[in-house]
Design a protein. Structure first.
Length: 91
């Protein structure tokens, strides 16, 4: 799905309409945008879904560990792990 295609225009219009329609449900909006992002990247290249899933899980877990930690050094370590992992996936 290319940005200049009609398919993308329809996809974006539907995503915006649904996003605005569920404005009162904040959590539902987050899950919907996550699913729409996965669909968008998966339409271009299915392999990207694996990379996106790995990045999402890594960031989610590191975010939970950062939130749970009271030690500043541990928080920085988890942040560096997330940053290093994402940069590795980009390479």
């Amino acid at each position: 799905m290319l940005f200049q295609s009609l398919t993308f225009g329809v996809f974006m219009a539907v995503v915006l309409l649904v996003h605005w329609a569920i404005a009162s449900h904040r959590t539902a909006r987050y899950w919907f945008l996550l699913a729409a992002s996965y669909l968008f990247y998966g339409c271009y290249e299915p392999w990207y879904l694996v990379l996106l899933s790995m990045s999402t899980l890594l960031d989610f877990q590191c975010g939970r560990l950062i939130h749970a930690s009271s030690d500043a050094r541990a928080r920085k370590r988890y942040l560096l792990i997330a940053l290093g992992g994402n940069l590795t996936l980009l390479c």
